[in-house]
Design a protein around this ligand. Structure first.
Ligand code: SAM
Length: 385
């Protein structure tokens, strides 16, 4: 495919997404009807689509319309490339620009930095002088991070095993186990290092949330919102720690047994009904459902789907989860609250309200990771009584 044909394909996919088809489904539909597209074409089109979704507001302003075509005109105009070369009207290329397909100046900072208008003041109050840096980081693609599985290997050996398969990885400062992939990211899923469980795909800040816990052998740790089990696996990679995974939506943990087997670790999965027979726990991790503002680079549709009502609903769920979990923690144990969000509403405000309502509990640790520092945005706080 020519660069112009890739843009035309991206326009068609974006049209589907804008009319309500989920992102992955739109990409798969296109790949199915475009057997001529090679793996490099598919990767390039996917990159265009994700970039346009991350930068939807600013590209729409630059391109003159919030349509697939408008977004891609905005993308090309913003990159400084020559529009006429790509929108040439040639076979498989987008049509030539009409007179009225002009861009305009940005009206607000929220538009320039691709944040919903209603959310900008909350971004500012949560992030202070980091607001613009964070919003700009969210306009770009996320790095690929790996977690070295210390049950099976160590950091130098994992880097060497990846290098044999032309995957260049370097240590990431977020925590001891974190690597950033500098080259060869598309080869990871097929690599021996991955299939044999030496490394797992996991964002560095997500790993750092687990690394912040002081885990000792024989501790019983509940991962209450386990989801796909990324943090359960990171917890279980601590020698002797017994990990119990739970999620209100049990089907989300479907792949966890196979992932645990690949990693060579044990994770016990419990249902909501079984939980009362399992407590108390030395550590309860609540990686709560949230806006996902820290991972909007990977899932940009979430940025535009969030509403004030949904944020309020989420903060209600977050407070309920913390309240529900306090009875499951052994005296002297730790209730660790975490979100992949950078908004005070979902982070400090939730913990502060919990501490006000439960004066016998105190906070021993609190940290926020920002996307502008090279990993996903995350928050965690440790509570004890
Ligand atoms: C942020 S995700 C978890 C991600 C996961 N810990 C990981 O590291 O991959 C939040 C999870 O919380 C679950 N959840 C939502 N409400 C819940 C509740 N009331 N109790 C327990 N889990 C809940 C969701 O099903 C979702 O899987």
């Amino acid at each position: 495919m020519t660069p112009a044909a890739r843009i035309q394909a991206s326009i068609e996919i974006l049209e589907q997404i804008l009319s309500g088809t989920p992102v992955e489904k739109s990409l798969t539909n296109w790949a199915r009807r475009s057997r001529f597209a090679g793996s490099k074409d598919r990767a390039a089109v996917r990159d265009h689509v994700f970039e346009a979704l991350r930068c939807k507001r600013s590209f729409a302003a630059l391109g003159g319309a919030e349509t697939g075509r408008g977004l891609m005109i905005g993308a090309v105009r913003g990159s400084g490339e020559e529009l006429a070369d790509l929108f040439s009207g040639a076979r498989h290329a987008p049509a030539v620009l009409s007179q009225d397909e002009n861009g305009r100046e940005f009206l607000t900072d929220a538009e320039r930095y691709d944040i919903p208008e209603w959310l900008w003041p909350r971004f500012q109050s949560s992030l202070g002088d980091q607001t613009v840096a964070v919003a700009r980081a969210l306009q770009h693609r996320a790095p690929v991070h790996l977690r070295v599985n210390l049950i099976k290997t160590d950091v130098p050996d994992a880097i060497a095993a990846l290098a044999v398969e032309d995957i260049k990885a370097v240590a990431h400062p977020a925590c001891e186990t974190a690597l950033e992939v500098a080259e060869g990211a598309r080869k990871i899923a097929q690599s021996r290092a991955y299939t044999e469980g030496l490394v797992e795909l996991q964002d560095a800040a997500s790993q750092a949330v687990v690394a912040a816990l002081e885990l000792r052998p024989e501790m019983r740790v509940l991962d209450f919102c386990a989801g796909g089990g990324g943090k359960s696996l990171a917890l279980a990679a601590h020698q002797g720690v017994k990990v119990i995974a739970h999620d209100v939506n049990a089907s989300r943990m479907r792949d966890l047994p196979a992932r645990a087997e690949r990693a060579g670790v044990q994770v016990q999965i419990v249902s909501t009904d079984e939980l009362p027979q399992q407590d108390p726990f030395d550590v309860v991790l609540a990686d709560a459902p949230c806006s996902g503002s820290g991972s909007w680079r990977r899932a940009p549709a979430g940025k535009w789907a969030l509403t004030e009502d949904r944020l309020q609903e989420l903060t209600g769920i977050q407070s309920c989860i913390l309240d529900q979990l306090k009875t499951l923690v052994a005296p002297g144990g730790v209730l660790a609250y975490a979100t992949c969000s950078m908004l005070d509403d979902e982070n400090g405000n939730i913990v502060d309200a919990f501490l006000r309502a439960n004066p016998q509990w105190s906070e021993t640790f609190r940290k926020t990771w920002l996307v502008s520092h090279g990993a996903d945005g995350f928050f965690t706080a440790h509570l004890t009584r």
